[in-house]
Ligand binder design. Structure first.
Ligand SMILES: *Cc1c(COP(=O)(O)O)cnc(C)c1O
Length: 392
């Protein structure tokens, strides 16, 4: 019945699974038939503090009973507090702009870069280099920034100035006097969960700084403790000019952010968003950060990351005939599956067994569990996955 309604009234842009989840608790979901699932996806890295987190839902409920939204024409107290918290925790001397999604955060970053390339009212430098297999969003310009030509059919003409480097090392050779920025993910989320080499990224950052080319790090997926530090940029010990955030920041409420070390570029009227950073989402994100910072400081986050890694390595080793290697960092993990058909089978069989997993690229089984997942949920989820792999 619901499936029929959905198919009749929702544009068919998603290859949807028609399960009807009715309740969540941390990394566990229950469907309308009462079946339980271990959630190793966290709504694609969004539900960072778990489903139905009591502290978070309490803050959200209390906030909407006071003010949900007033627009950016007035001071928004939790927005200022959130920006300060992100700056303090990251250690970067930056200011923030709040958007509603990852793509919109990247749009903001692209606009800052384009205006940074302005001289005397004209855009002199406008080229932005991204990486092959990257993912930066679905709006027209972030789609063009996405280094996957297969996604560029139908939607052109696109804005000019985007080109794709094969890898980090290939970027230097592509820089010219029209290049204003390089935008990268430190671990490509959709592209296969392979972390970039730290020394190579640091070398790139140095070259860009010398040439006054902006380094934009898209941390929409890697940010907010996903890799164990607030930002993957902290882990890589680099100082980007611009960092974008979304997914895990709101714990489920839609919020994105641009953090920029170039504070003087955008002036009043250059950019904006009606919803961006309203009371509801910034009150929630403040709580998400408080919870995750606390979990990090008391060692719980590191402990859970190690526990997850241990189970994942065990699975990879036991089924080395199916898995070629294990990739990723923190709770952004993947298993390279030797055969793409087997990967599709694993995702489907895991669902039937009661564990939710993701695909990335052509041959990666991807894991993005809530950062608060319990030891029992990890154990339960991997027992289920072991049964799935054993039955292949
Ligand atoms: C998900 C994602 C985006 C797009 O975010 P939306 O909120 O879907 O617009 C951009 N960049 C990266 C790295 C992502 O993982």
């Amino acid at each position: 019945m619901l499936e029929k309604t959905d198919k009749k009234y929702i544009l068919p842009t998603y290859a949807r699974n028609y399960v009807n989840f009715v309740k969540g608790s941390n990394a566990t979901l229950t469907d309308s038939e009462g079946k339980r699932y271990i959630d190793f996806t966290a709504g694609i890295g969004v539900v960072s503090v778990g489903h139905a987190n009591a502290e978070l839902s309490d803050v959200i409920c209390k906030q909407v009973q006071k003010i949900t939204h007033i627009s950016n024409l007035y001071l928004i107290e939790p927005q200022a507090t959130l920006a300060k918290k992100l700056v303090d925790l990251s250690g970067y001397d930056m200011q923030l702009f709040f958007s509603n999604s990852g793509a919109e955060a990247n749009e903001g970053a692209i606009k800052i870069a384009r205006k940074y390339g302005e001289v005397d009212g004209e855009i002199k430098r406008y080229k932005i280099i991204t990486l092959e297999h990257s993912f930066h969003g679905r709006t027209i310009s972030t789609l063009k920034a996405t280094g996957q030509e297969s996604m560029h059919h139908y939607f052109g003409p696109f804005p000019d100035g985007f080109s794709y480097a094969k890898d980090i090392e290939a970027i230097e050779g592509m820089l010219d006097d029209k290049t204003v920025a390089v935008m990268i993910e430190l671990i490509q989320g959709e592209g296969g969960v392979e972390p970039q080499d730290k020394a190579k990224v640091q070398a790139l950052a140095k070259i860009l700084k010398e040439r006054d080319i902006l380094l934009i790090v898209d941390e929409v997926q890697t940010g907010i403790y996903r890799t164990g530090e607030l930002l993957a940029s902290n882990l890589y010990e680099i100082e980007p000019d611009i960092i974008t955030l979304a997914k895990g920041l709101g714990g489920g409420v839609p919020i994105g952010a641009v953090m920029s070390g170039k504070k003087e570029i955008l002036k009043a009227g250059d950019h904006g968003s009606t919803y961006g950073g309203n009371y509801l989402v910034t009150a929630a994100a403040n709580k998400v950060l408080d919870i995750l910072e606390r979990e990090k400081n008391r060692g719980a986050l590191d402990a859970i990351m190690i526990a997850f890694e241990v189970e994942l390595e065990k699975l990879a080793l036991t089924y080395s005939d199916i898995v070629s290697k294990s990739v990723g960092l923190g709770l952004m993990r993947g298993l390279r599956i030797k055969d793409a058909k087997t990967l599709a089978k694993i995702v489907d069989a895991a669902f039937l067994e009661g564990v939710l997993v993701l695909k990335a690229g052509r041959n990666t089984l991807r894991f993005l569990p809530p950062l608060t997942i319990s030891q029992e949920e990890i154990k339960d989820g991997f027992e289920k996955l072991n049964r799935v792999f054993a039955a292949l």
